[in-house]
Design a protein around this ligand. Structure first.
Ligand SMILES: CC/C=C\C/C=C\C/C=C\C/C=C\C/C=C\CCCC(=O)O
Ligand SMILES: [Fe+2]
Length: 548
């Protein structure tokens, strides 16, 4: 056959393949205002190609069943004893847990430990360096000293903030007839010369016209008052971590990449071959999340204070402000003022991984696209881009996502973002659940009393606010289920399937694996010298796709 006859055959094959895939992988609106998802009422509706393999399914369902047994035992055990001091959480703090989780139990009350979590904990995505004093921060006249201190830190460039305003106005859950409560805190922090981040003040609610100004809680307050204020912040962080940073910004956007890839790119397309290993199991885990976790009567409704519909409103608000820049660490960290901070370990490792992935993507893309013009005239990759931004992400071009690629560089940047999100970012956000969520007072899944409005706080109030035994047990079980090491995990860049032929790609992949090994050694060596190791972005621990 002549060369263009062969090409014609390939093209026809590709078109038929896509026609079939478009019937197998259809878009659905699960809830208005969220990114679109794959059409499937349960995992059983998914094409076999993307289902969990038997081993993964047995492990997933088996550990959940084992977790439920633990909960039953813990509840039985605590029936016989009291539940009125913080140490009583020890009664359920048994079973599988990590060394760092034990350290959290020891150190959770310390201010530097509280501050550390904004840089290198389970949710390193919220902290920003302040560029002015936040407008919502109302400082009462008697705290002039604090005002001056904040202004001095601001001038020195070492004032930081964590603002949970997204939670303002969200309806709290009602669990078994009992109303739960939510706050929308603002935390102001300062960075010490040794890199420690210390809280200076906490405002639990934004000011509201017609009401007295909300109090500012301070490290100098009575210790239980300050502890309760910090617990409220940790509860708010739990919400934004799980809903915005975890579900939306990794799981749900990865699903959009997966569905668009199946619908727009034929199997012989180089971008299909490059991405497909990073999309394994994502459709099934997300379908399970929609039927068991954020569903009517799911885990959020059962034990989380945003459950009962508020969690969907948080997801909606977060979707409405999701930007392309926020998914790309070089931009995101620059926007948040977090570049060049030696104690910002997530930031450091995320940038290294971005570079490594970016080099791998560029190496591969340049094998198939000899110049920008080839990208511009590839209708499949252009349709893929448009499908992600306009359809899957529901018109995200307003928030900086591209609707077409004009150059190889634009294509590489976007594909790097896809792979980074499905691998490094998810690992950074997911694994910490095991360490930081097992000691429940460090990150309470719900709050059963309203936030304090005065500084009179008793131990009874603290215990009546924190999760009850059942809620705490379920949090521990789910955190372990989702955060533990996955037995069938494939590390980043180590999939066995070979999609590409030819020596060009082999060399690029080898270089990728070498770069990852180098980073692995750097992180291991760094961690040896640290009081608290940061290992969520250690390449050997990063999964090749979102599978949990
Ligand atoms: C302590 C953790 C509590 C809630 C976790 C919150 C958000 C996790 C976000 C994404 C996890 C994605 C998928 C998990 C899917 C199913 C888990 C539900 C377990 C079950 O089948 O009963
Ligand atoms: Fe996850």
């Amino acid at each position: 056959m002549m060369r263009n006859e062969v090409q014609g055959l390939f093209q026809k094959h590709g078109e038929e393949e896509l026609e079939e895939r478009r019937t197998l992988y259809r878009w659905a609106t699960w809830k208005e205002g969220l990114p679109l998802s794959v059409a499937a009422a349960s995992e059983k509706d998914l094409p076999l190609d993307v289902r969990f393999h038997e081993g993964k399914k047995i492990d997933f369902e088996g550990t959940l069943a084992a977790g439920m047994m633990d909960i039953a035992l813990k509840r039985l055990y605590t029936l016989l004893s009291s539940w009125n001091s913080l140490e009583d959480f020890d009664q359920i703090f048994w079973g599988s847990k990590s060394a760092l989780a034990k350290r959290v139990r020891q150190s959770w009350k310390e201010d530097d430990f509280f501050g550390y979590q904004f840089l290198n904990g389970v949710n390193p995505t919220l902290l920003r360096r302040s560029t002015s004093l936040p407008t919502r921060l109302v400082i009462p006249p008697e705290l002039e000293g604090l005002q001056a201190q904040l202004e001095r830190k601001l001038q020195e460039g070492c004032l930081f903030e964590a603002d949970f305003s997204l939670l303002d106005g969200i309806q709290a859950n009602v669990i078994q007839g009992e109303r739960q409560h939510l706050a929308a805190p603002l935390v102001m922090l300062k960075m010490e010369p040794d890199g420690k981040l210390l809280p200076m003040a906490i405002q639990l609610q934004p000011p509201c016209s017609g009401s007295p100004d909300p109090p500012l809680f301070l490290p100098s307050d009575p210790s239980l008052t300050w502890l309760l204020a910090k617990a409220w912040v940790r509860n708010s962080d739990f919400q934004l971590h799980e809903l915005q940073a975890h579900l939306l910004k990794t799981h749900l956007v990865a699903e959009v990449f997966a569905v668009a890839t199946m619908r727009c790119l034929p199997g012989m397309h180089p971008i299909f071959k490059l991405l497909i290993p990073h999309l394994r199991y994502t459709l099934e885990i997300n379908t399970r999340a929609r039927t068991k976790l954020i569903s009517d009567g799911g885990i959020f409704d059962q034990v989380v204070n945003t459950g009962g519909g508020g969690h969907l409103d948080v997801l909606r608000k977060a979707t409405a402000c999701l930007t392309y820049r926020s998914l790309c660490p070089p931009d995101d960290l620059a926007d948040r003022g977090l570049l060049g901070i030696p104690s910002a370990l997530y930031a450091h490792d995320a940038l290294r991984l971005w570079d490594i992935i970016s080099r791998y993507v560029q190496g591969t893309v340049h094998l198939y696209y000899s110049e920008d013009e080839v990208v511009q005239s590839d209708p499949e990759v252009q349709a893929w881009c448009q499908e992600i931004t306009e359809i899957g992400l529901c018109g995200a071009q307003e928030r900086g996502f591209p609707v077409s690629f004009q150059s190889r560089a634009e294509l590489c940047h976007f594909v790097t973002m896809c792979i980074f999100t499905c691998t490094a970012q998810h690992s950074g956000i997911n694994q910490g659940q095991l360490d930081w969520y097992a000691w429940v007072p460090n990150a309470p899944c719900t709050m059963r009393k309203p936030p304090p409005t005065t500084k009179d706080v008793t131990l009874e109030m603290v215990m009546a606010t924190l999760p009850n035994v059942h809620q705490a047990c379920l949090q521990m079980t789910i955190a372990w289920h989702l955060g533990r090491f996955q037995p069938d995990m494939v590390p980043l860049g180590h999939h066995k399937e070979e999609y590409f032929s030819g020596p060009g790609y082999k060399a690029v992949l080898k270089r990728f694996q070498e770069d990852l090994n180098t980073l692995e050694r750097e992180i291991v060596a760094r961690n040896e010298g640290l009081d608290l190791p940061y290992y969520y972005l250690q390449p050997s621990r990063i999964e090749n796709s979102i599978t949990i």
